[in-house]
Design a protein. Structure first.
Length: 234
């Protein structure tokens, strides 16, 4: 089995995968305690990691004590499914893992991979494997945080999955703009890209989920484990 580690801006997530994911958790103890416990629970053959958090001495020390291979995903690691071009050296490892996870599931169509986490990232791949471009915008919680931090009176509130279209007090006004604004932004990208790429297949992952409008007619795959599936495909 493979131990897959995704270290994001907000939290570190781990999964154990054989033919499918058999275990998932968010890290809640030291790296040494986490790795020792999982190694005892499962027959781990190797560890694969994507991180956007930079070097972590505690993690590296814990990994050094394991007697299994460890692979760190970087943008220079080639896509194992098919040749892919134009991936820049500054590309985030988590984005690259999600992209590989999507390409592994559908290598034959134009793909829009959306990771709706701390930030919302968009990556567009042509059917022949070219990274055509992407975008980054604030995620739902980041939008709410910014409104609080850059004004005198707007409160700090936590993101919710859904929000009314137009609010009835300050809190619901903020949620309306943050949640619905993110959804409208994503739908806008999809609608615009569909005009140019009628074979578009959208993959969406990350901590925020959205129910899209009925006029979004292209295939949309919601996959919370997309990053892990990309790591597993290496």
């Amino acid at each position: 089995m493979k131990l897959l580690i995704d270290i994001g801006n907000t939290s570190a997530k781990l999964a154990v995968m054989g033919a499918d994911i058999v275990h998932f958790e968010r890290r809640h103890e030291s790296w040494k305690e986490t790795l020792v416990r999982l190694m005892a629970m499962f027959s781990i053959a190797d560890v694969r990691i994507s991180t956007v958090a930079g070097e972590d001495g505690e993690l590296q020390e814990a990994l050094a004590q394991l007697e299994v291979p460890v692979q760190w995903l970087t943008p220079s690691v080639p896509c194992p499914v098919k040749p892919v071009w134009n991936v820049p050296p500054t590309y985030g490892a988590d984005r690259w893992a999600a992209d590989i996870g999507a390409i592994a599931q559908d290598p034959d169509h134009t793909l829009l991979i959306i990771d709706a986490g701390t930030c919302i990232t968009y990556d567009l791949f042509s059917a022949d494997g070219r990274l055509l471009g992407g975008a980054i915008s604030p995620g739902v919680q980041l939008r709410l945080n910014a409104m609080h931090e850059h004004t005198a009176l707007l409160p700090q509130i936590e993101a919710e999955k859904e929000a009314v279209l137009l609010g009835y007090d300050t809190r619901t006004h903020m949620l309306s703009a943050a949640v619905n604004g993110a959804r409208f932004e994503i739908e806008g990208y999809i609608r615009q890209l569909l005009l140019a790429y009628p074979d578009l297949h959208v993959f969406i992952t990350g901590g925020n989920t959205f129910d899209f409008s009925a006029d979004i007619t292209c295939p949309v795959t919601h996959d919370p484990y997309l990053v892990f599936k990309g790591l597993a495909a290496l």
